[in-house]
Design a protein around this ligand. Structure first.
Ligand SMILES: [Zn+2]
Length: 416
């Protein structure tokens, strides 16, 4: 890299005004937002975004999946487009930073480059992906854009079919046309996303910027332990086939497995239901929800086989039958090396301590990574809290993140 790189910085007061304006839309309590995909509040946030795009002299666009974007023609004719963005939707009682920060930082980067009349080797587009949080369909917008959205995702959406059609109607989208949002990978120069970390690795390490190296893979299962119902008073404990005990034993063993041999991974049993479900009946059926995550493919695969073996062993130990239902999976994804390099360099020229970091949460970047060169920038989350109104990132860190985004774009342009 030449030593002649010119540092640019964002307009802090403009970003601040945007951030506070946007956090009023769908506001809950003092500091939360409630903007599930295609809700009235979410659509209001999108109209606000459109106004800002137009005020900035950018071209407003919306695709068949509702992905909303601002386009800046700053490259030569026929050049590919570098996408910057995140999402304006939230979980039902989410925080102000998750998603919103990335969209606003992308908008600010486009405005600064437009103001400076810079010519780059690519065009720029700031995008707000539809339903990142998966209230209706998981990664609805980014999956549609990369062609991973299937008709069955729309027929059996996780938010329910009625809610999906209501939402699409409210947003003025045609359900028949959603899959047409697919783009040609050759039309994209890449995708860059700024996001809050939603964990506490950066603060623990005393770092200001996270250069995301990979995004965790995750698997979902339903485990059903089947035993025999018995009288809780008369059946001796030693001879029972207690599905509840087998399921509980599995859950404790799972924790031990992770702590002792997979400290780089996580697993969670978030739902447990015993049937028939009475004080005085030994459970004949126990149903567990299981998810586990790993950022590294070989670890992900070996964890998967060990976890399933653990469930079989727990069932066998208590004389139970085990039914394993596979509910879905996303493999871990590595971020593009060149993108990681420009993010690292941008942090360096800004004098910000940066570290490589694994994303333990899912993001639209996960959909994009297999489609075009993708990178992610993380900034610290106080207390690692997210998906909560208590989610908080210091304003200085938001500004740092936006500056890293802007300079990553310019460094990428220099190196293209
Ligand atoms: Zn997010």
């Amino acid at each position: 890299m030449s030593g002649r790189y010119t540092l640019f910085t964002i307009n802090i007061s403009r970003l601040r005004e945007d951030f506070f304006d946007l956090s009023q839309i769908g506001k809950v309590g003092e500091s939360g937002v409630n903007r599930p995909a295609f809700s009235i509040a979410h659509l209001e946030a999108r109209s606000w975004f459109r106004k800002r795009i137009e005020q900035a002299g950018l071209e407003f666009r919306q695709d068949e999946a509702g992905n909303t974007s601002g386009f800046l023609r700053c490259g030569p004719p026929g050049a590919p487009t570098l996408l910057l963005g995140s999402h304006l939707d939230s979980v039902p009682t989410g925080g102000r930073f998750d998603g919103a920060l990335g969209v606003l930082a992308g908008l600010e980067a486009l405005r600064r480059i437009h103001e400076e009349s810079l010519t780059l080797p690519f065009h720029l587009e700031v995008i707000d992906f539809s339903d990142e949080e998966g209230s209706l369909v998981n990664f609805f917008g980014s999956f549609a854009l990369v062609g991973l959205l299937e008709p069955e995702h729309l027929e059996n959406p996780r938010g329910g079919r009625d809610k999906l059609s209501e939402g699409l109607q409210r947003a003025g989208l045609n359900p028949e046309a959603v899959l047409d949002a697919r783009r040609d990978p050759a039309s994209l120069a890449g995708y860059l996303e700024l996001h809050i970390e939603q964990g506490s690795q950066l603060i623990t390490a005393g770092m200001k910027v996270g250069v995301v190296s990979s995004i965790t893979g995750l698997s979902f299962y339903r485990l059903i332990f089947l035993g025999r119902a018995d009288h809780a008073g008369t059946a001796p404990v030693q001879t029972r086939k207690d599905a509840g005990v087998g399921a509980s034993y599995f859950n404790v063993s799972l924790r031990e497995l992770i702590v002792e041999r997979y400290p780089d991974c996580v697993a969670n049993v978030g739902i447990a239901n015993f049937e028939p479900g009475a004080f005085n009946i030994v459970p004949e059926k126990a149903v567990l929800s299981l998810e586990f995550r790993s950022a590294e493919l070989s670890r992900f695969q070996s964890l998967k086989s060990e976890v399933l073996k653990l469930a079989e062993d727990a069932a066998a130990r208590f004389g139970l039958r085990l039914v394993v239902e596979f509910l879905g999976e996303k493999e871990p994804l590595v971020m593009n090396q060149k993108m990681q390099g420009v993010v690292e360099k941008a942090a360096e020229v800004l004098g910000l301590p940066a570290a490589e970091i694994v994303s333990r949460a899912g993001h639209d970047a996960q959909a994009m990574a297999a489609f075009c060169p993708t990178g992610m920038i993380f900034v610290p989350s106080e207390g690692g809290i997210s998906h909560s109104p208590n989610e908080f990132t210091q304003w200085e860190d938001c500004v740092n993140g936006a500056n890293v985004m802007l300079n990553s774009v310019l460094l990428l342009a220099e190196n293209s």
